[in-house]
Design a protein around this ligand. Sequence first.
Ligand code: DQQ
Length: 548
Amino acid sequence: AGDDDGYRTAYHFRPANNWQNDPNGPMYYKGVYHLFYQYNPYRATWGNGNLSWGHSVSVDLINWSALDNALDPDSPSDANGCWSGSATFLPDGTPVFLYTGIDASNNQVQNVAFPKNASDPLLREWVKPSYNPVIALPEDVVHDQFRDPSTAWIGRDGLWRVAVSAGFKDGTGSTLVYRSKDFRSWERNAEPLYKSGSAGMVECPDLFPVAEPGAENGLDYASSNGAGLHVLKQSVMVTLSDYYALGRYDDAEDTFTPVEASGNDCRDWHRFDYGHVYASKSFYDAGKKRRVLWSWANESDPEPDYIARGWAGVQTVPRKIWLDSQGKQLLQWPIEEIESLRKTRVGLLGAEVNAGGMNEIIGVAGTQADVEVVFEIPALDGAENLDPNQLLDPQRLCGEKGASVPGGVGPFGLLVLASSDLQEHTSVFFRVFRHNGKYKVLMCTDLRRSTKRADVYKPPYGGFVDIDIEKERSISLRTLIDHSVVESYGGGGRTVITARVYPEHAETSNNRLLMFNNGTGMVKVSKLDAWELKAADVNVPGDGIITI
Ligand code: DQQ
């Protein structure tokens, strides 16, 4: 443990060893941040039958101390696993978990757990009442498709609500709402919150209100009163991706209506991330009055390889999320606390990256880095034309128009985790197209050259950026690099792409960082800041528990 296998992250959240998947029950309590997570304490694979809730605490969401597991599969209603769930604060401020248990008959049921000692800010021990489960498997739901209770909320009628994923025996997937007076006996609402139709089983629902367009503060359920816009997020099993819609939540009927017409199939919704993340979950951080999102980024090299490394799965850097000024989509940005890890800085103002050129960013080791660059586009006339059908699949377009395919305006961006001979590199870039007399900006993270290893999943990822480039004439890119993670925020957090990468040269820790431009016109770097990042203390074995 603690050994550097070249891919071990230095500041992304992960347990010291073994397997982690979904973030569970994130919360801020008595000055302490808590993250629980799906954890197999025995090995680096998912491990049906023995999932626990790992538990870590932090005062800054960056440095973490590992505590004992909060939940282990040791009661009749979770004998075969403690699966995902969420935390809710009761009116007296006590947190409670709702989580899925795989019971002794292998049915999925919903359980509650309470802190043994709510005056302990670290919430070390959790107690499961003997009256669990609080929600039994319904007759019409498939026995292993009933899970992932959301954070509960109180309606204006004073009743609690919780959203739970359910796959019906007739083959349709849905998100059900249960109501309760006392958090103990729950009754199902006839109308589901969401029907997933052809998207099939959806998991890990998250429903939360957002403040007015452009306001960066978050909202708790308690302050929303059912007014304003809400976000519903679904994790879709068939695509292993998360999607969200902005919409109206009716707190009397407990229904959700997406604002956009394409609301029926959640695969047409927005993506938090066009890369390799799943099962995201947000929480309201009452300390800094913001909403923070966690997401799981699984390994994407073969299982025997990560079993040999002894660990699997990271969480993305916590992101602040809020509604953009036009009220059209969420913006995401790494929480400001990440900046406390910044050390060596390199800056540039007014450099130019010429057509076909590459500029190296020298002075920052590119293995643990935070790079922010603003590209200014002097001329748009060279932009390539975009066919309407190319609009449908940005990921495919990134595949056809990779970093080495010359374009008009772009591709321009960064080469990260590049080997000394540049044979291995991950490219993160933009390309501007002309479409219907307007412009469309594509953002890509292309992994096809990220490693020479043949057995790794290394696709091109891509999404469009909702930016009026004709008006703004510049676009920003922020990329966080952490050994095997490349997390990129385009256009100030409008489009985000997270990738797991496995360069063969990783052991050398010598990672070059460059800017490139493969368009026909010059792009100007109006601003560049690159920082080397310190390692955070993330569940370092033997490290002390935080004191507060
Ligand atoms: N994984 C959990 C489930 C959830 C799925 C089990 C999503 O509760 O539905 O580890 O990754």
